[in-house]
Write a protein that binds this ligand. Structure first.
Ligand code: SAH
Ligand code: SF4
Ligand code: F3S
Length: 459
């Protein structure tokens, strides 16, 4: 459902009316999880600023605190619960402080119950389709003494909104995240995302293009188009066409995207990356498992051979591409031999970076009910083994870059004070002479580590 402009304007009016209430007060949004969630966090902070609050990163001085949570694995959720627990003290010290929770965890019914029962000091909670309503939510919370929950109970096919024209407070002046679509219809058997983000829906291409053009004019140099599966983008054009248009504005900048699902990563997308100079040469293509039986149990809708064909085509057609992926080890019933198929695939493709995850059962998903759980120690062993294999590959790939000259977008200095930036393939590159952040420069690579390159700035 697209939120009407009338509703957006009504919320803006509520925000305006709250300005005197929040004058001189500060707000903090702490985001966990993926880039999509980070983009949401920037919008939520934008709403808070519209309500008269000033952003802060210090909990001790925040009058409104919102935890924007992630539910992808047990570990992510435990971390958030730990932080909420530790915030009880802060709330006791300053009872007038408003504490809220949103994001994917807030969308899970069992977490909503748990919050009511075990964390009554959390003042409010809102779901992933309520971002545009933040001013109204704050207003209601201010006038209520009880914990308030703002969540939908619509079924997956109806759950999810698109809102345009809401304020945004970006956390960088040169790197921007732009959602092109929301939600997911894929229902991979292990994954919570479709349940907490609703059905797939795409923004109008005109809205996306206007946002990207505005960012380019505003000096942004790295623009990331976001979606759980960008290839499912269905505006009045498909994703490769949208990407091509996003890369056609005047100026020096990069456009990148996350994430592609192998079942729909098309030759057209690979062609756009190969041909368009402004499309960053980074392809993130999660494979999850190298074994056909496990892929089918995961409901991934492609097999090993199809994946390999696509991955190798990307490496062949896109010059200097950096290919990265996600993989899950220890999925229920995964045998040693099936795990070794994954290891073999990793060796065959030669990824530049691999995000390896230990399978974590998620409440309400199909895999949660599967028998044959792999013992944790065995999952950890597979994790460590695969990480070692990948580390060697990453080192080899980076060694091959020594002597080359890379274009790097400066990120200023790292925590050790060393000038640093990212390449088009999203690799970390450190160099010898400071360059203002947000500026492109050329670096000749002299040293290679597993996940970082070092070199000399070319004048
Ligand atoms: N939409 C993206 C993935 C988003 S989640 C895609 O389909 O590629 C990011 C990664 O988290 C996934 O690729 C998967 O590797 C991992 N993941 C998701 N659910 C998980 C679970 N239950 N346990 C372990 N890892 C999981
Ligand atoms: Fe989860 Fe699969 Fe959707 Fe990715 S495509 S968000 S892994 S259900
Ligand atoms: Fe986490 Fe939700 Fe993203 S579960 S990974 S924050 S979509």
């Amino acid at each position: 459902m697209k939120i009407t402009q009338q509703e957006i304007l009504a919320q803006a009016a509520v925000a305006e009316s709250l300005r005197p209430v929040f004058a001189g007060k500060k707000a903090m949004v702490r985001t966990f999880g993926c880039q999509q969630n980070e983009a949401d966090g920037e919008r939520i902070l934008g709403e808070l600023v519209a309500c008269g609050l000033t952003p802060t990163e210090e909990l001790a001085e925040a009058d409104v605190v919102i935890l924007n949570t992630c539910a992808i694995r047990e570990h992510a959720e435990q971390r958030v619960l730990g932080i909420i627990g530790s915030m009880k003290k802060e709330k006791e010290k300053r009872p007038q402080m408003l504490m809220g929770m949103c994001g994917c965890m807030a969308q899970e019914p069992h977490r909503q119950e748990q919050l009511m029962q075990s964390y009554p000091f959390v003042d409010f909670l809102f779901g992933t389709d309520m971002h545009h309503r933040v001013p109204g939510i704050l207003k209601e919370v201010l006038s209520s003494r009880r914990q308030k929950q703002f969540v939908t109970d619509l079924p997956h096919s109806e759950f999810g909104v698109i809102s345009e024209g809401t304020p945004v407070c970006r956390d960088s002046a040169y790197k921007a995240k732009v959602s092109v679509m929301y939600g997911c219809n894929n229902f991979c058997s292990y994954c919570i995302v479709p349940y907490v983000r609703g059905h797939e829906r795409s923004r109008d291409s005109a809205e996306v293009l206007a946002e990207v053009e505005g960012l380019v004019k505003g000096g942004y140099k790295d623009i990331m188009l976001l979606g759980q599966n960008v290839n499912s983008y269905r505006g009045d054009m498909d994703f490769p066409a949208l990407l091509e248009k996003c890369a056609s504005f005047e100026g020096e900048y990069w456009v990148r995207f996350m994430t592609s699902h192998p079942k729909d990563a098309s030759p057209a997308l690979v062609r756009v990356m190969a041909e368009q100079q402004r499309v960053a040469k980074h392809f993130h293509l999660p494979f999850q498992s190298g074994n056909d039986r496990i892929l089918s149990a995961m409901n991934r809708k492609y097999n090993r051979e199809q994946y390999l064909e696509k991955a190798l085509a990307i490496k062949e057609r896109v010059k200097d591409v950096s290919l990265t992926s996600d993989v899950i080890v220890g999925f229920p019933t995964e045998t040693e031999k099936e795990f070794l198929d994954t290891v073999e695939l990793v060796k065959q493709v030669g990824f530049d970076m691999l995000y390896t995850f230990i399978y974590s059962p998620r409440k309400g998903t199909v895999a949660e009910k599967m028998e044959g759980r792999i013992p944790h120690e065995e999952q950890v062993r597979r994790f460590s083994y695969l990480s070692e294999v990948q580390n060697e590959i990453a080192q080899k790939n980076n060694d091959a870059l020594v002597g080359k000259v890379l274009t790097v977008l400066s990120e200023g200095a790292n925590e050790k004070g060393v000038p640093t930036g990212r390449s088009s393939g999203n690799k970390i590159v450190t160099f010898d002479t400071p360059v203002p952040r947000g500026q492109f420069c050329k670096v000749e690579i002299h040293t290679a580590k597993q996940y970082a390159l070092g070199g000399k700035l070319l004048k």
